[in-house]
Ligand binder design. Structure first.
Ligand code: SF4
Length: 228
């Protein structure tokens, strides 16, 4: 089966891709993660995902390299918002520069944090299901456009995220799209993935992706990152 597999980073992609390939699927990786900030971190993780795909001889589609019209993911973002209460009204910014859409010819929309931050503003408490849902929904959209039969996501490898919530969202996207969702609990192969990522020299991140998660990660550390 031709499976488009959403990749959140290199280390999480290793066991996802290996298990799908071992099951006989024809697998393409799809790096779509507008939640990874700042841009330098995004590029490190993108290179990690690319390195894993090269090792496993799986092609990689990077969302930021798709044509611009395929990178327009705000529609999925807005649809996902329907499930959440409206945030309190946010006063418009006085500076017109920050409310204008990014100029054409700038960096690709897939890496422009303004889209992501605008969707999350006022909904920070529910940001994770929204963030995961958008990434899965865009994976399904690209899979349909490009003739894949099935989809999956390396998010299912994470021990830190809401595994059952991710599974439910993917199942509901499969039901509405007609694509097959390939599920396996890749957390069972956690240590094997960690060992391979170290052996292969794949970049291993220190926080989930967004600036909120970076703050939380170092706050949990008791401020050691500050030398405190
Ligand atoms: S913590 Fe991770 S899953 Fe949650 S919103 Fe941030 S990047 Fe997305």
């Amino acid at each position: 089966m031709r499976v488009l597999t959403h990749l959140c980073c290199g280390p999480c992609g290793i066991m996802a891709l290996r298990r799908l390939l071992a099951a006989g699927h024809e697998v393409t990786g799809f790096f779509f993660n507008p939640n990874i900030h700042p841009l330098a971190e995004y590029l490190r993780r993108r290179e990690g995902a690319a390195a894993v795909c090269r090792r496993l001889r799986a092609p990689l589609l990077a969302a930021d390299a798709l044509p611009r019209w395929e990178q327009d993911w705000e529609e999925e973002g807005r649809a996902a918002l329907a499930a959440y209460p409206q945030p309190p009204e946010i006063a418009p910014c006085a500076s017109p520069r920050t409310t204008r859409p990014p100029p054409s010819g700038s960096l690709p929309p897939a890496v422009d944090p303004r889209f992501w931050l605008r969707l999350m503003a006022g909904r920070e408490a529910e940001r994770c299901p929204l963030c995961q849902g958008i990434r899965l929904a865009v994976t399904v959209r690209i899979a349909l456009k490009r003739g894949f039969e099935a989809f999956s996501s390396s998010l299912l490898y994470s021990r830190h995220q809401d595994h059952e919530g991710i599974r439910r969202t993917a199942e509901s996207l499969a039901a509405s799209s007609g694509l097959r969702f390939i599920y396996e609990d890749w957390r069972l192969f956690w240590q094997e993935g960690v060992d391979l990522s170290r052996a292969w020299g794949i970049y291993r991140q220190q926080y989930c992706g967004c600036l909120y998660s970076e703050y939380d990660r170092y706050a949990r550390d008791g401020g050691k990152a500050w030398g405190g």
